[in-house]
Design a protein around this ligand. Structure first.
Ligand code: IFM
Length: 448
């Protein structure tokens, strides 16, 4: 099965960037050569991770990075998006750790040598544990520690990076980590979620300022997870429920970074849940950005269950991924069009899109046709939005390889490369081959 788009699609043009993405904690392992982060602590807490696993070894990428880079090169992608482990590069005293920094410098140099553009995420959820011990994202100071880390690491990396993003999915860090407590650090409380979110957004703004100063020539932005929120019915209560979810998930992050204010749903918050906004914060949060990265996996449908209460509804007739998420490509077109209508957007990148599927490895192969269909549908959805005028410059498949899927452990496989965790052998799945062929046909079109 092939992935294909019309030759006339904006996504078929040679200057459209295709990549694969990963994150440090999910693939690196080698925990003994860095300081602890909140996910180490969370994994060591009973009953937090479904398969009781952890990130100590993961895909052992720290030791196998050269092999992994060859794999990335063989996929013929233009770009590789990966994150820096903050606790690997910064010591307890806030200084650069030469060993940690040298790991990433080698990686960056090798990527540049192979002509693969490095898209570097500065924070993908692995907060140093010593900062959590001091309050983590509930403590305003953490935003300033982030800025200091960005200052130092950008100086160390020099001109090796093509693009930086400050944070990956602050909604998940704040909501899953500090409100629901199902991600690290496992804190529960409505007010905590909004407090953490505000400090994460502040960290983004301070990080952008540091990037503008130290790295003005890279593409600098943020990566947000977005899902369109639909009402289950036309009933007023369901429409309100979907609106509230949309404000909380999408606009709570998009609006501050682009317009320097929280959405109007802030007026519905009880005093105790108000974010701790200090004078000047919103101006810091709203910095000029070279791009906005959007991660999309599925849509959300809501029905009201009471005054200001809602629950998610799923359409059982749709296909589902192994995460139990509806496969709904139209949602990606919808959210891109909605955001484009409401905001003056910088150029967009789809920085993550992909699916966990119940893969089976047999005779040296993984025939993941369902994942190929997922990519086909979603690439077409991006193309549809681009044809309607949304400025989208790139697409990254999540993920390069199977890895540690947070609270789900290793049982959910998002990779286009299969990882046998017992031997660490990597095998390109049928979806990886299809993605490679799709990308290379476009390159071929260039030279033909
Ligand atoms: O694995 C995660 C990733 O770390 C962040 N975005 C969503 C992915 C799938 O759940």
């Amino acid at each position: 099965m092939k992935i294909s788009l019309a030759k006339s699609s904006p996504l078929s043009q040679v200057n459209f960037t295709y990549g694969v993405a990963t994150a440090a904690f999910q693939i690196e392992g080698a925990a003994d050569s860095r300081r602890a982060c909140i996910w180490d602590t969370f994994c060591a807490t009973p009953d937090k991770i479904k398969d009781k696993s952890d990130g100590l070894v993961a895909c052992d990428h720290y030791h196998r990075w050269e092999e992994d880079l060859d794999l990335i090169e063989s996929l013929e992608v233009d770009a590789y998006r990966f994150s820096i482990s903050w606790p690997r590069v910064i010591t307890l005293n806030g200084e650069l750790d030469p060993q940690g920094v040298s790991f990433y410098i080698k990686l960056l140099d090798a990527l540049n040598k192979k002509n693969i553009k490095p898209y570097v995420t500065l924070y993908h959820w692995d907060l140093p544990q010593h900062l959590e011990d001091n309050g983590g994202w509930l403590n305003r100071e953490t935003a300033y520690h982030f800025r200091d880390y960005v200052e130092l690491i950008t100086q160390a990396f020099g001109d090796r990076v093509y693009s930086y993003s400050t944070l990956n999915e602050p909604f998940c860090s704040a909501y899953l980590g500090y409100e629901l407590g199902i991600h690290a650090p496992g804190i529960v409380g409505k007010a905590f979620g909004k407090q953490a979110a505000h400090h994460l957004l502040l960290a983004h703004g301070l990080g952008m300022q540091a990037l503008a100063k130290n790295s003005p020539n890279t593409l600098n932005g943020i990566v947000l997870n977005v899902s369109p929120c639909y009402p289950k019915t036309d009933a007023e209560e369901d429409i309100k429920a979907a609106w509230a979810a949309d404000q909380n998930l999408n606009h709570w992050y998009v609006m501050p970074v682009l317009e320097g204010k929280y959405p109007s749903s802030i007026d519905t918050l009880p005093e105790a849940e108000m974010p701790p906004i200090e004078e000047g914060d919103m101006d810091i949060i709203c910095q000029p950005m070279d791009y906005l990265g959007l991660n999309y996996y599925t849509r959300e449908v809501y029905q009201a269950t009471g005054e200001n209460e809602r629950e998610k509804w799923v359409d059982e007739s749709l296909p589902f991924t192994d995460m139990g998420w509806e496969v709904y490509p139209q949602g990606l077109t919808d959210i891109l069009l909605q955001l484009n209508k409401q905001y003056t957007l910088p150029p967009l990148y789809i920085t993550e899109n992909g699916a966990a599927m119940p893969d089976t490895y047999a005779n040296g192969q993984v025939q993941d046709t369902n994942r190929i269909e997922y990519f086909q549908g979603h690439l077409q959805a991006v193309s549809d939005a681009a044809e309607k005028g949304v400025d989208i410059r790139g697409y990254f498949a999540w993920s390069l390889m199977d890895n540690f899927e947070w609270a789900e452990g290793y049982e959910k496989r998002f990779g286009i490369v299969y990882v046998d965790y017992a031997t660490q052998q990597r095998t390109i799945k049928a979806s990886g081959l299809a993605y490679r062929d799709f990308i290379s046909r476009r390159h071929f079109a260039k030279s033909a």
